[in-house]
Design a protein around this ligand. Structure first.
Ligand code: IPD
Ligand code: CA
Ligand code: CA
Length: 270
C-alpha cells in the first residue's frame, strides 16, 4: 500500500486540474450549448463533453490501456481485469450549478481497483481548490490534511443531501428528508455530490446521505471522506435496510444514530 496509490493520485490530480481549467475558461460559451438527459432539468453542457474527452485523452497518454468509466461517454472497454485499475470520471459534477454560476461544482477523477476507490481528486474550477485522497495515505484540501467533525449528537448535526432529477423520485426522497429535518440541526442541499462528500471530510457538515448516485458522482469524494475519518457506506446489497443505492458519509460519533434515523424515515426505500 502506498506508492501505487500515490502514483495514481498524481495522475488524477494532473488530469482533473487540466479539465478544471478547461471547464472554467469555457463557461461563458459552454452554457449557451446545453442539452438535456434523463429529464428536462438534467442538463449537459458542451463543457461536460469537452472535459470528459480531455480527461480520456490524457489518461490514454499517462495510463495507456486502462479502462475509463465516464458520465458522458460510458465505459471505454470491457472493464478492468481483476486487480486492474479503472478510472471513474465525472467531468462536471454539479452541472446545474455550473449553468447558473453557483460556484459549487467540480471535476471528479478517481482510480478504482475491483470497484474500490484507491485514489481520487476533486477539483473546483471556480476557486481552484483541490481535494485529494489516496487509500491509506490520508485526505487533503490543497496542502491541508482533512479531518471529519467530532459531532456526537445527531440532533446537533448539520446534514447534507441531494436529489435525483426525475420528479417522482425526488418527491419520495424529499419526503424521507422531511422526516429527518426535525431530528437534526439543519439540512443543506448544495448540488454537487463529490463536493458534498468532501465537505464531510472538512467538517463543514457532520453527515451526508443521498440515494441513487452513479459511481462517477461518489468515487473520488467518498475516498476523501473515508480518508478523513468518516464512516462511509457506499451503494451495496441493501441488506442493512439502507437500500442498494444509498451512499452515506458521517462523522464516527453520529454514524450509528444517523443510519438508524435514515432507516426510520424510509430513506433506504425511496
Ligand atoms: C448531480 C449532482 C447532484 C446530485 C445528483 C447528481 P451532475 O450530478 O451531484 O448534487 O444530487 O444526484 O446527479 O448531474 O451535476 O453531474
Ligand atoms: Ca455528478
Ligand atoms: Ca456530471
Amino acid at each position: 500500500m502506498g506508492a501505487q496509490e500515490l502514483d495514481l493520485l498524481r495522475v488524477a490530480v494532473t488530469v482533473a486540474r487540466e479539465a478544471s481549467s478547461l471547464v472554467e475558461s469555457s463557461r461563458s460559451s459552454a452554457i449557451t450549448d446545453v442539452d438535456t438527459k434523463s429529464s428536462e432539468t438534467d442538463v449537459v453542457t458542451a463543457a461536460d463533453k469537452a472535459a470528459e474527452r480531455l480527461v480520456r485523452d490524457r489518461l490514454a497518454e499517462l495510463r495507456p490501456g486502462e479502462p475509463v468509466l465516464g458520465e458522458e461517454e460510458g465505459e471505454s472497454s470491457a472493464g478492468a481485469p481483476a486487480g486492474g485499475v479503472c478510472w471513474v470520471v465525472d467531468p462536471i459534477d454539479g452541472t446545474v450549478n455550473y449553468l447558473y454560476g453557483y460556484p459549487w461544482y467540480a471535476v471528479s477523477v478517481a482510480a478504482q481497483v475491483d470497484g474500490v476507490s484507491v485514489a481520487g481528486a476533486v477539483v473546483e474550477p471556480a476557486s481552484g481548490r483541490v481535494w485529494t485522497a489516496a487509500r491509506g495515505e490520508g485526505a487533503w484540501l490543497d496542502d491541508r490534511p482533512l479531518r471529519v467533525s467530532g459531532a456526537d449528537r445527531l440532533d446537533l448535526s448539520l446534514v447534507s443531501t441531494g436529489f435525483a432529477y426525475r420528479p417522482e423520485r425526488r418527491r419520495r426522497q424529499a419526503a424521507a428528508i422531511a422526516g429527518l429535518l426535525g431530528r437534526v440541526r439543519d439540512i443543506r442541499r448544495a448540488g454537487a455530490a463529490s463536493l458534498d462528500l468532501c465537505a464531510v471530510a472538512a467538517g463543514w457538515v457532520d453527515a451526508y446521505a443521498e440515494h441513487g448516485l452513479s459511481r462517477w458522482d461518489w468515487a473520488a469524494g467518498a475516498l476523501v471522506a473515508e480518508e478523513a475519518g468518516a464512516i462511509v457506506r457506499v451503494p451495496g446489497d441493501g441488506s442493512d435496510g439502507l437500500g442498494a443505492e444509498a451512499i452515506i458519509a458521517s462523522a464516527p460519533g453520529v454514524a450509528d444514530e444517523f443510519h438508524t434515523a435514515l432507516r426510520e424515515v424510509g430513506f433506504g426505500v425511496v
